[in-house]
Design a protein around this ligand. Structure first.
Ligand code: UD1
Length: 385
């Protein structure tokens, strides 16, 4: 395993003999924060004279303003260079549409490298299309494992990692998982967390936003819920809400509802102190999350963001692929039993907030480390070929 240290300074720049052409793929909401710092790092290296061109591909897995456009605006992301327009559908339909469209894009652009991030359907689909065309693939946020094969994301992670040439990891458990699965250590790079790069960069702007009327710092909780296992069927959704309704007796809960979940809420009882709102843009969401008393979630990335913000997080799942957030961070894996959720949430409300540690390399420089490592890998290959 290669531990990436500080990003290089402009003085160490290594000029490539020919331009390194990189396609960076984003498909769904949690991808946009992860590619932002990487694109900025490639852009910075180019400005310093490196012969590298990075292009943004948006697969269109998430397509409406609330799930996609608002993030581009908040993060200052460039317009996508290539838009695939894949849209929603069953897993097979969505994955297949992305694969077909991305294969065409790769044939037209002939990139040297494709970078995929995270664990959504677009991640796996683009990795497979590129690899079958003989294009090298880098996976950012590799090696995370929930060991729960009922999660589509776990299947996406496994398939992507096994075919990727360069695997960039966010935490030690990911390094161990990849080695245990037989990935050669020289393909694994412990780089840190690009989602946290983005959080650190934009936190100040988020905190400049006023809280919505009626909310004050520490006086409300934030809820997100969209895992298929929690929301697709009425029974698990009602069970989770029986706990949330009890918690809402003690503290107001703001719930920016994912479209997958919003469509199911009419069938269950929702306490009036749970304020269901539209999905928020990045800055508005970070602003709410950073100042709340606690987060209740089944998301992956929010476990990491709350760890850095020092906000207590209750993860309503049976497993986490991000164990570092429980080991050193503020995350508590509470499961899905309503009584456990209720009891743990109330005990958080009754205790003073605890300050915990921030994981190694979650320092705002992961994107730079990744860009530098990829440029160095290609420079080394050029010398050999
Ligand atoms: C996807 C990812 C999940 C990620 C989540 C974040 C996979 C397998 N899942 O789940 O890992 O945590 O995004 O949001 O890739 N929809 C809209 N507008 C949109 C996008 C989706 O209304 O812009 C609706 C559609 O009705 C769609 C449903 O949401 O059927 C689910 O979208 P989909 O992309 O299939 O999965 P997510 O649940 O968003």
């Amino acid at each position: 395993m290669q531990t990436l240290t500080s990003p290089r300074t402009p003085g160490d720049r290594c000029l490539l003999g020919k331009a390194l052409k990189v396609l960076v793929v984003a498909g769904a909401r949690p991808n946009f924060m992860k590619v932002a710092s990487l694109l900025a790092a490639f852009e910075a290296r180019k400005a310093q004279g490196e012969d590298v061109e990075a292009f943004l591909v948006h697969t269109g897995q998430h397509y409406d303003a609330r799930m996609s456009d608002n993030f581009f605006r908040d993060l200052g992301l460039p317009e996508p260079d290539i838009y695939l327009g894949a849209g929603s559908g069953s897993h097979a339909e969505q994955t297949a549409r992305v694969m077909v469209a991305f294969e065409k894009a790769c044939i037209e652009c002939s990139p040297d490298l494709v970078v995929v991030v995270g664990d959504v359907n677009s991640t796996m689909a683009c990795a497979i299309s590129a690899k079958k065309l003989g294009i090298r693939v880098a996976h950012v946020e590799a090696g995370l494992r929930s060991r729960d094969m009922a999660m589509p994301e776990e299947i996406n992670r496994l398939c992507t990692d096994v075919i990727s040439d360069y695997l960039f990891t966010t935490e030690p458990s990911a390094n161990r998982n990849l080695v245990a699965e037989g990935i050669q250590p020289e393909r694994i790079f412990f780089s840190g967390n690009t989602m946290i790069d983005t959080l650190r960069k934009h936190l100040g702007r988020a905190l400049d936003l006023p809280l919505p009327k009626g909310y004050e710092t520490g006086g409300y909780a934030v809820l997100t819920l969209h895992r298929p296992s929690n929301v697709d069927a009425a029974e698990p959704l009602s069970r989770v809400f029986s706990a949330l309704n009890a918690i809402a007796e003690r503290i107001p809960i703001v719930f920016p509802a994912h479209p997958r979940t919003a469509g199911k809420l009419s069938a269950i009882q929702v306490h009036p102190n749970i304020h269901v709102i539209e999905p928020l843009g990045y800055l508005a969401f970070v602003s709410l999350m950073a100042r709340c008393r606690m987060v209740l979630t089944d998301s992956g990335g929010i476990q990491e963001e709350t760890t850095v913000l020092g906000v207590p997080c209750l993860t309503m799942r049976l497993t986490t692929e991000r164990p570092i957030t429980c080991e050193v961070g503020t995350n508590l894996l509470v499961g899905t039993d309503p009584e456990d959720i209720r009891r743990t949430a109330l005990s958080i409300l009754d205790s003073p907030p605890v300050r915990r540690a921030i994981p190694e390399k979650w320092d705002g420089h992961a994107g730079e480390r990744i860009a530098d490592a990829l440029i160095a890998q290609f420079q080394a290959r050029e010398r050999v070929e």
